[in-house]
Design a protein. Structure first.
Length: 163
């Protein structure tokens, strides 16, 4: 029985990013992950009802935790507020995690939904700041451990520890 692992769909090669592209990891790495984990692909922004492609969005005046509290907003470069679909997508992703008893997630770094450590700072100038995306924040608040694609080694080390 393999432990379930939520994974950003774009990391698995699904073309769900705002620009219609994916961020697929190399095949050997994905094979290794699939050998140890039951992969549950999810794109929180698509789950929240946003289309592909869609305008890039960033969190202004805070991070995902503040968005969940209604104290910060997710906006597109043209100023459209997309906080609601981002929050809806986070909730649906949490429901999926609960449904499968999932305690681990591998989410795309730096995304306003999926970023587990850093996100863009809301200036739309490629500036990162410390903070979490909306989905990463909600999952962490519910006890999931969230990794990004640069931390796959740690995730694989964990599964050997579980044995
Ligand atoms: Fe990938 Fe997450 Fe962005 Fe969807 S919301 S495209 S899964 S980074």
């Amino acid at each position: 029985h393999k432990p379930p692992l939520l994974i950003s769909a774009c990391l698995l090669g699904q073309p769900v990013r705002y620009d219609g592209q994916s961020k697929s990891q190399d095949a050997a790495c994905l094979t290794q992950l699939a050998a140890h984990y039951q992969l549950l692909p999810v794109c929180p922004e698509c789950a929240g009802g946003l289309p592909v492609p869609r305008p890039a969005a960033e969190i202004i005046h805070g991070d995902g935790r503040q968005v969940l509290l209604g104290q910060a907003r997710v906006v597109t470069a043209s100023g459209e507020d997309v906080s609601q679909p981002f929050k809806a997508g986070a909730e649906l992703t949490l429901q999926l995690a609960k449904q499968y008893g999932c305690q681990l997630a591998l989410l795309k770094a730096n995304s306003p939904s999926c970023g587990n450590r850093d996100i863009y700072d809301g200036s739309f100038s490629q500036q990162l700041q410390h903070g979490q995306g909306v989905t990463a924040a909600l999952l962490q608040q519910h006890g999931l451990q969230v990794f990004n694609e640069n931390e796959i080694d740690q995730l694989l080390a964990l599964v050997t520890d579980m044995r």
